[in-house]
Design a protein around this ligand. Structure first.
Ligand code: ADP
Ligand code: MG
Length: 314
């Protein structure tokens, strides 16, 4: 899906934000981009959404060199990419519902689709009960949930999260990471930049590590270098029975709704989410637990569920 070929970005200041960067991301991957502040993470995001052009090198999105795109093509490209930021970037004058409806309208979606899909998107992020709240009435975690729902509103192929947990406490950060994990499991490719190691160590996903604009590592099984014994035991125990679960997971039809507001600290710490023929449970009992899937009898799909399955799929 994404290819960076010898990408170098030098800003006007003469700073090399990225140097000869080469990496590929396949459809459906979850990739962490980690590195200290100033290492070039946001520059990667800006290059992908064509907010910046590289000084040299090529960037492919779906086998097309996006560095050659004209304005019209850039606009189309941005429709395929949802982005969330550390500072949420919600419109303060609009409610949660309106923040999402706004981008759907801008993309030409019909009123009927908007009315049906906005509540569903808010449900996915566990915020259906705060539809009419303005950003100033929401906590940081809730604002980021709205931002995720908005980023998913036009059913993007790629979701980029640029330090989405940078302003959040560890529990809330974990909830946000779990939502991104869930979205990725539905088939959306996710690129998440962060400089926190906790979530990265816990999620067992690919990690691209930057330092001063240079890629210094590309680990396909996540970074365990700083992992503690407790986390390692959990990961090991999950690996032991993961094969069967992963096969099952892949066979589950897409489409799911999380009807609970998972941000609330008063919620039980175990979150059960139904999806198609399986049951996914996201346990936050341990911050290092991984989503798991168990067989459960198939629930009947409501109209809105069927709609969202189509929305979340292509
Ligand atoms: P990160 O997101 O990892 O903190 P950035 O990609 O934002 O890193 O920045 C990489 C480097 O490029 C930093 O040294 C930063 O100061 C510099 N930089 C970023 N944006 C600009 C800009 N618009 N003009 C000049 N220098 C910039
Ligand atoms: Mg940044």
């Amino acid at each position: 899906m994404i290819q960076f070929l010898s990408v170098t970005k030098v800003y006007d200041s003469g700073i090399y934000a990225l140097q000869e960067l080469n990496f590929e991301v396949q459809d459906g991957e979850f990739v962490f981009i980690v590195g200290p502040s100033g290492s070039g993470k946001t520059t990667i995001v800006k290059l992908l959404i064509r907010e910046e052009l590289p000084s040299s090198g090529q960037i492919y999105f779906d086998d097309d060199d996006i560095t050659r795109y004209n304005t019209k093509k850039v606009y189309k490209l941005r429709r395929k990419i949802g982005v969330i930021f550390q500072d949420f970037k919600l419109i303060n004058e609009l409610t949660a519902y309106e923040n999402i409806a706004f981008v759907m309208e801008a993309a030409g979606q019909k009123d009927k689709e908007i009315k049906e899909n906005v509540p569903y998107l808010l449900d996915i992020v566990g915020l259906s009960n705060r539809m009419d709240a303005f950003p100033c009435q929401l906590s940081g975690g809730e604002k980021q949930r709205v931002a995720i729902a908005r980023a998913m509103a036009n059913n993007p192929k790629l979701l980029i999260a640029d330090e989405p947990t940078g302003n959040l406490d560890p529990d809330t950060s974990w909830d946000i990471a779990q939502i991104l994990y869930k979205i990725n499991n539905w088939g959306t490719t996710v690129l998440m930049s962060t400089h926190g190691s906790d979530i990265v160590n816990s999620m067992h996903k690919r990690v691209v590590r930057l330092k001063s604009g240079v890629m210094i590592r590309d680990d396909f099984k996540g970074s365990y270098e700083e992992i503690d014994d407790y986390s390692m035991r959990i990961i090991k125990s999950q690996e032991d029975d993961s094969k069967e679960k992963i096969t099952l997971y892949n066979s589950i039809p897409k489409g799911e709704s999380d009807s609970k507001n998972t941000s609330s600290k008063t919620q039980p710490k175990s979150k059960k989410l139904t999806q198609g023929t399986g049951k996914i449970s996201f346990s936050t009992k341990s911050k290092r637990a991984q989503p798991q899937v168990q067989i459960k009898e198939k629930p009947a799909k409501t109209d809105i569920e069927t709609k969202i399955i189509n929305l979340v799929k292509d």
